[in-house]
Design a protein around this ligand. Sequence first.
Ligand code: UDP
Length: 316
Amino acid sequence: MRAVITGGAGFLGSHLCDYFIAKGWDVLCLDNLVTGSEANFAHLAGSPKFAFVRHDVSRHIEVPGSVEAVLHFASPASPPDYLKFPIQTLKVGSLGTHNALGLAMAKKAKFLLASTSECYGDPDVSPQPESYWGHVNPIGPRGVYDEAKRFAEAITMAYHRYHGLDTRIVRIFNTYGPRMRLKDGRALPNFLYQALVGEPITVYGDGKQTRSFCYVSDLIEGIYRLFESNEHGPTNIGNPMEITILEFAERVRALVKTSAPIVFEPLPQDDPKQRCPDITKARRILHWEPKVQLAEGLDRTYEFFKQQLASKAQLS
Ligand code: UDP
């Protein structure tokens, strides 16, 4: 059994490669390394079960041999990244999803789309169930990601309905853990990095906006269960433990025991005021719920960040 994982050099994609290999699959990772890194799969080098091809999946995908699963995870995912690469983000969500679906069709493979809680935009409803259609500004700076993913969901459902393709859609909520880039720009990497190097911790807006952070191992387990299920509709996977960003920054400050101050910076445009997954569906159909508490997940991520900084210091 062989799976093609697009974006397999990224934070989530590389954990997914590990998980599929552990389950006995061969994995072909496709990534153009715009935001991903070969370091994320360096530990798999030499494994007969793993192969990497540098390829931009917004261009036609050609894979010789049989493929039983296509998991489409390629996309910038951090707001600063998709603001830096707006066209690539739109292309990988639209053309990239079309190409990945085409590959799945040609190989008669199962297809899984990595979608996002950003489909709900700045939600009027909280927590967000899958039945909520969202509140998205299509022409705002985040629209390049949100609308690309909404299109990706639409084309995935069209392939399912009109071509009978065996598809899954996971709506991924904020996730954290080892292999996030030190300067990825998202809240947790920023806070941890700033706390570790003693820079002021940047909270955007008044910090009252909320997020719900899921540890990466829980997320990957949920995605695998969805992949194994027969559910074709979008399914939320995330941790419903909601926290304000200011509280989150305080947690990181306390963990690192830094005296670095918290500074308030302007809130980016269209930044969602609240975000929390309703995981009733995942609990019911996948018998899944997150297990790793925030304290434990933060500890593990902190260890990874410390190692990364230490190896960077050694190199320089
Ligand atoms: N945020 C912040 N300081 C930072 C980075 C992010 O206060 O240095 C805020 C951001 O404005 C948002 C929340 O933290 O309200 C989560 O941002 P992130 O980029 O992690 O992901 P998002 O959920 O917005 O996609």
